[in-house]
Write a protein of this length. Structure first.
Length: 120
């Protein structure tokens, strides 16, 4: 029998349980938190339940985060210096008549930097 990993929410031990529904011809197994924070779906065997419960998302490496941040920083710098069309907005009723240009480059660069894993 596979050893169950601890609960990813509370750190409590993982346990097996029988799914004892009266309409199930062959009782199924679940694996989950001893305290009920999470559980696997009903599985036909303990092994299937353990495989499902013990699956965890792979963590990205610090190098991958640094590479991603470098690409995002390059994109933000390109946005700041790009030649783009600016939006023309109509002034409000209290403003002098005419249009004003709004340059969105800084806003775009800030949005790109906000996606970085590490602080700017």
């Amino acid at each position: 029998m596979a050893k169950l990993k601890a609960c990813p929410f509370c750190g409590g031990p993982g346990v097996y349980r029988r799914a004892n529904a009266s309409w199930v011809k062959h009782p199924n197994w679940t694996a989950g938190c001893e305290h009920g924070h999470a559980t696997s779906p009903d599985m036909e065997s303990k092994k299937e339940a353990a495989d499902w419960w013990n699956r965890r998302p792979k963590r990205r490496s610090a190098t991958a985060d640094m590479q991603r941040d470098a690409v995002l920083e390059e994109a933000a710098t390109m946005a700041e210096h790009a030649t783009i069309n600016v939006s023309m907005h109509w002034d409000g009723p209290d403003d002098p008549p005419g249009r004003r240009a709004i340059d969105h480059r800084d806003v775009i660069a800030a949005a790109i930097r906000a996606m970085k894993v590490s602080p700017v």
